[in-house]
Write a protein that binds this ligand. Structure first.
Ligand code: FE2
Length: 523
């Protein structure tokens, strides 16, 4: 079928948001190099990143694009019809970065919507929409965002992203597990498969590119990337389950792990709207960084995978490191102050950042894990923790709690993910004493589509975790966060049915915290 560029434009469909979805059905693959959509991210007051990747066949080693560079032009306009173009330019999509394009567009006005598009090989991309952050120090009354994580392709559809696009929000905060590296796991899991993937377990760069390219074919995630800027960090499944700086649950030799990490990090950067500053060099990439929304929100993004010490007290070989629960009193490693979650450089950076005079009303920490301590009881009445989270790094955790406690105001909100449950908790100043005074507010975002966490265990452990106000691992969705000057509101948005690509959504529970109080109240 031969289609012209005019067909491409005519074939585009509008979402009613000034956003134009990829004309996926109107084109045959060889003619549509924008088959993964467009994206924007890293919102600064005067500058955002625009992203696309030219792909004709996402499962081919070269993406179906060959080895030559391709010229790509880009335009940014102040209107959804691209009439009032304010910035434009040309770049090359290079084969060594999988023909991805990361344009850092400066000279923009703060706190306003922009629209953008690319053109390559005679084809225009769909039109995306983005928004800059407010001017530094500008007094603003409210910032809203949707926080999401854990989107296993196989175990659900992504109606959540359709519902996120309908929210009135400024950006999307993604806290990791954007991809899942393993096609499936146990026999029980296979029964829950909703949709298949066309790839196996990735090891090499071209393997990880295939995974990312497949995840980006979903029309709902393309719509979400095209409608809002994203601020992102990664968790373990972007590389491998429960990996740390030096180990994996499969106990890969370190050299192999680092090679795999380099491949995974490279493919992640190629597929996300990230800056050149986040581009990996081998197995290293700087993902911890800071954003500001006027004088209201100072947002710190952390990387809790790349630098962390190995998990404490793994089972004896040849068992895999799957048993991630251990009694605190049986594992001296947990309390070892030499062990680190953030790595010493990032930890020092966080300490310096949190010790500075506040430049905004609220300090928001976006990170991967459950941050409030969480205990369960063993059959012989010992306190048990999950070793992969902050609870497995107790000394490092207490150091971060002390940084937060030293701030003059109770203005810290910590957002996490990872355990596939919605949780709202006050954060006690002493992790060993959960009834110590609260110093921060914590919410855990539920899974967007991954298999649910252990609800029974969460529910039965509520009495020994009085600082935890809510815990529910029975639903999928995201969290809508609204930060105002006097209070912050967190609404757990739960899908009716994760299997349904058009599922409706409703608020499962909402919690607010008053500025200066660090005390959650259900609303
Ligand atoms: Fe996850």
């Amino acid at each position: 079928m031969n289609r012209t560029r005019r067909d491409v434009i005519v074939g585009a469909t509008s979402l009613g948001l000034g956003l134009t979805l990829a004309p996926r059905l109107a084109l045959s693959a060889p003619e549509q190099p924008f088959s993964l959509g467009v994206a924007s991210g890293e919102p600064w007051p005067d500058n955002v990143v625009l992203w696309t990747r030219l792909v004709r066949d996402g499962q081919a080693p070269d993406g179906g694009m060959g080895a030559q560079p391709v010229e790509v032009t880009w335009e940014v306009a102040r209107d959804e019809h691209m009439k009032d173009v304010v910035r434009s330019g040309v770049t090359l999509a290079m084969a060594d970065v999988a023909h991805s394009v990361h344009v850092e567009v400066g000279g923009l006005e703060p706190a306003r919507w922009y629209w953008y598009r690319f053109q390559a090989l005679g084809v225009q991309s769909p039109i995306g929409r983005t928004r800059t952050a407010p001017a530094p120090g500008a007094s603003i009354s409210s910032v809203s965002f949707a926080a999401a994580c854990c989107q296993y392709w196989m175990y659900g559809n992504w109606a959540a992203y359709r519902r996120i696009v309908e929210e009135k929000i400024d950006f999307i905060l993604h806290l990791g597990d954007y991809i899942y590296e393993s096609p499936s796991s146990s026999a029980a899991a296979v029964k829950q498969v909703v949709r298949e993937v066309p790839f196996g377990v990735p090891k090499t760069l071209s393997d990880y590119r295939r995974v990312h390219a497949h995840y980006k074919t979903d029309p709902a995630i393309q719509a979400a990337h095209g409608a809002l800027p994203w601020i992102m960090t990664w968790d373990d499944h972007e590389v491998e389950n429960d990996y740390t700086a030096g180990s994996t649950e499969f106990r890969l030799p370190r050299f192999e792990l680092l090679q795999q990490r380099a491949a995974a990090y490279q493919a992640y950067w190629e597929h996300m709207p990230l800056r050149l500053a986040q581009r990996p060099l081998g197995p290293n990439a700087i993902m911890y960084r800071r954003f500001a929304y006027g004088d209201l929100v100072d947002l710190v993004m952390l990387d809790e995978r790349q630098y962390r010490s190995s998990l404490p007290c793994p089972p004896a070989p040849p068992a895999r490191d799957r048993s991630r629960r251990v009694a605190v009193e049986d594992c001296a490693d947990i309390l070892d102050p030499k062990r680190s979650m953030l790595g010493m450089d990032q930890e020092r950076w966080l300490a310096k950042t949190l010790a500075e005079p506040a430049r905004a009303r609220w300090s928001v920490i976006g990170q991967q894990m459950v941050f409030a301590p969480h205990y369960t009881k063993s059959k012989d009445d010992k306190l048990v923790v999950i070793t992969d989270g902050w609870d497995g790094y107790a000394a490092a955790h207490q150091r971060v709690l002390d940084m937060i406690a030293a701030r003059p105001n109770r203005d810290t909100l910590v957002i996490g993910g990872d355990i596939h449950a919605f949780i709202a908790a006050d954060v006690p100043s002493k992790r060993a004493d959960v009834s110590s005074p609260a110093i921060a507010t914590h919410v855990v975002v539920g899974p967007l589509s991954s298999r649910l966490g252990d609800h029974e265990r969460l529910a039965s452990s509520m009495p020994i975790n009085p600082h935890v106000k809510f815990a529910d691992a029975r639903r999928h969705g995201y969290t809508r966060c609204t930060i105002e000057r006097g209070r912050s509101l967190f609404e757990f948005r739960a899908l009716d049915d994760v299997k349904d690509p058009n599922s409706g959504i409703a608020t499962l529970a909402g919690f607010e915290t008053e500025w200066g109080k660090a005390a959650l109240k259900q609303v």
